[in-house]
Design a protein around this ligand. Sequence first.
Ligand SMILES: [Zn+2]
Length: 293
Amino acid sequence: MSLKIKKQLVSNLRYTYGHGNKKRYITIHETANTSRGANAQAHANLQSRGFSSSFHWQVDDKQAIQSYPHSVSCWHAGDGRGGGNTESIAIEICVNSDGDFRKAVENAAKLTRKIMKDEGISIMNVVQHNAWSGKDCPTFLRRGSKGILWSDFLAMVKGGSAAKVTPKKTTASKPKAQAKPKAVAKLKVDGKWGSATTRELQRALGTTADGIISSQPRNNVTQALYGGITFGSKGSPMVRALQRKVGARVDGKLGAETVRKLQAYLGTVQDGKLSRPSLVIKEMQRRLNAGNF
Ligand SMILES: [Zn+2]
């Protein structure tokens, strides 16, 4: 079924940075408003009335409504004039309790695919709000709390047919006939952190999935990697997301402290060191493969 698309453009750009959006990314959010009736129309109306933040699209189980042209830099990512607000197109997925969340996610996937095509954006640049500011958004997809994970969403975007994606059940045992979700990683569990592992980690964290950890310091940890790294002083968005996830200091640079926190997160020995190959990386690969990193 095709997605119903509606325009209800906000003419006043007061709550935006105006035109000039570079349109390099698509940022996925959830509204976090579970009230009954908090659907796409309600959020579009909110923006029409002059809401203090702004986003290009809101989508629910019935339709997608556009509030701003893609050329506008909206205020949604919580990163000021960073890449989230000034280089991305924002989609808010509605989580109203009287709506069908799975259908809303399917519609968001259809909309994402359309925007990717219209604007020439790659799936690697479809990211979570979390990637920009560390906010726990989109919350349900990040946790899989409604039976749909971020990886399922990406599979819907890629797959074209959302119906193929299997819901993950956390409690009941699985019926035998269930197909495996497509997006789960198939990494070799060898404890070697190279480009393939980085790419799956990036997918799991919702950052650009190019398999490269950019702008890293030279130290014992970064030298233990098996490629897929560039050196510099700025740090990497993926490492920042990883650090937030494991509770390490957030500077975007891999080092002993991040490894120690990663080891604590994964329940392996906490010595802050990466061996070649490494136990903590083996565990990380296992978890990425299982879709529960
Ligand atoms: Zn958000």
